[in-house]
Design a protein around this ligand. Structure first.
Ligand SMILES: Nc1ncnc2c1ncn2[C@@H]1O[C@H](COP(=O)(O)OP(=O)(O)OP(=O)(O)O)[C@@H](O)[C@H]1O
Ligand SMILES: [Mg+2]
Length: 366
């Protein structure tokens, strides 16, 4: 219809982090129908203690911040459908192997029984979803089939739903963060054949995703974050956090810029990060059927802005490392994103893309 926006031509992603809510709107250009463009970006800061380890500790403040985010983005109160991220540390995604039962109708029960062995939380407290790598009808009885399972605590998803609805938002889908990140940083065209490790280096947490054979194989948390590095700088140099933050941004992990005292923080930090990555890659190679070494490592999240981080991690992991290219699946258009925000916005971009990618995209799981 001419005067009403085509619902398949625009989508909104909402990334809920501990200290900032980010909104991204992507639209299809009117003339080049296949061209997806970043159309809108807005963010709202959230004070300490409101969202803690992915949980809404003060849901009424979450709702207020969401309302104010929408007002900032749209200059008025508005109700929108949004795709929302679930906290990485509270969710679970992995490829598991399930024996094809005799009857097709028993496939879901077989998947849930196997999933229970992999997830450390009772299954009745979780929403569990899955996607088959191949049609179970075509798998011979008794043979193993690969299934990607994803799970999130019901209590988290329900509390997110309530806070969003109270702010006038309609959650059209919830997604595990790693899924959104993969959609935004793995090229649609030539990413499928590659084994890629993705580091999301955030303010309060970091994670590592192993993507292979067109799907997420597993994710692990890395107990290092931008805030941890800043705190170490503040303690070692005896300065306040804002000054430590400035120093971190100025020097990155560059030994020449840092001076020896700062390098004494950055060097162990880098080695720790590399060690975690190497452990995860070895785990993948040794414990997954068909597990293999990585072709490359992609860095995203604001922490990945650190100067020389790509080069040095590459030396330590002996794997090519690059920063994520946020325009790999969309057109920058007249990007509303300030450059320093680009690597922080990969999750929000991937969430919005979920609504606009082709139905056949295997990564649009769950
Ligand atoms: N130029 C820079 N150099 C070094 N660190 C930076 C730079 N820019 C941003 N950061 C760091 O990136 C981190 C923020 O990353 P990001 O925006 O991805 O986090 P977040 O998504 O808000 O939080 P989280 O994912 O942990 O919930 C902060 O620790 C910040 O200090
Ligand atoms: Mg983040």
């Amino acid at each position: 219809m001419l005067f009403f926006p085509d619902p398949t031509s625009r989508a909104v992603g909402l990334d809920i982090s501990e200290h900032v809510f980010r909104l991204v709107e992507i639209r299809r250009g009117p003339f080049y129908r296949r061209k997806l463009q970043l159309y809108r970006y807005s963010e709202e800061r959230v004070e300490d203690g409101v969202v803690v380890a992915g949980e809404f500790k003060k849901p009424e403040i979450v709702t207020e911040r969401l309302k104010s985010l929408m007002k900032k983005a749209y200059k008025r109160r508005t109700s929108r459908g949004v795709v929302v991220s679930l906290p990485e540390t509270r969710t679970f995604i992995k490829v598991i192997s399930v024996k094809r039962p005799e009857k097709t109708e028993d496939v879901p029960a077989a998947i849930l029984a196997e999933a229970e062995l992999h997830i450390p939380t009772p299954i009745n407290e979780l929403y569990v979803d899955w996607q088959h790598a191949e049609d179970p009808e075509k798998v011979p009885v008794g043979k193993s089939m690969d299934v990607t399972i994803a799970a999130a605590p019901k209590q988290i998803v329900d509390s997110y739903s309530s806070a969003l609805e109270a702010a006038g938002l309609v959650p059209v889908a919830f997604e595990i963060e790693a899924q959104a990140i993969v959609r935004s940083v793995v090229p649609l065209k030539d990413g499928e054949g590659k084994t890629i490790g993705i580091v999301d280096f955030g303010a309060s947490r970091s994670s590592f995703v192993v993507y292979d054979r067109g799907t997420i194989q597993f994710t692990v948390s890395i107990p290092l974050s931008g805030d941890v590095v800043t705190r170490r700088i503040a303690e070692t140099l005896s300065v306040e956090m804002p000054e430590a933050e400035r120093t971190k941004r100025q020097c990155g992990v560059d030994a020449h810029k840092c001076g020896t005292r700062l390098w004494s923080i950055m060097e162990p930090f880098l080695s720790e990060m590399a060690e975690r990555i190497i452990d995860a890659v070895n785990f993948y190679r040794d414990h997954f059927p068909g597990g293999r070494p990585l072709d490359e490592i992609v860095l995203c999240g604001g922490g990945a802005n650190m100067a020389r981080m790509d080069e040095l991690l590459s030396e330590l992991t002996k794997t090519p490392v690059r920063r994520a290219d946020p325009w790999v699946n969309i057109d920058p258009g007249h990007s509303p994103l300030p450059p320093e925000i680009i690597l922080s916005s990969t999750t929000a971009v991937g969430l919005a893309l979920r609504q606009l990618m082709p139905e056949t995209d295997a990564r649009k799981t769950l």
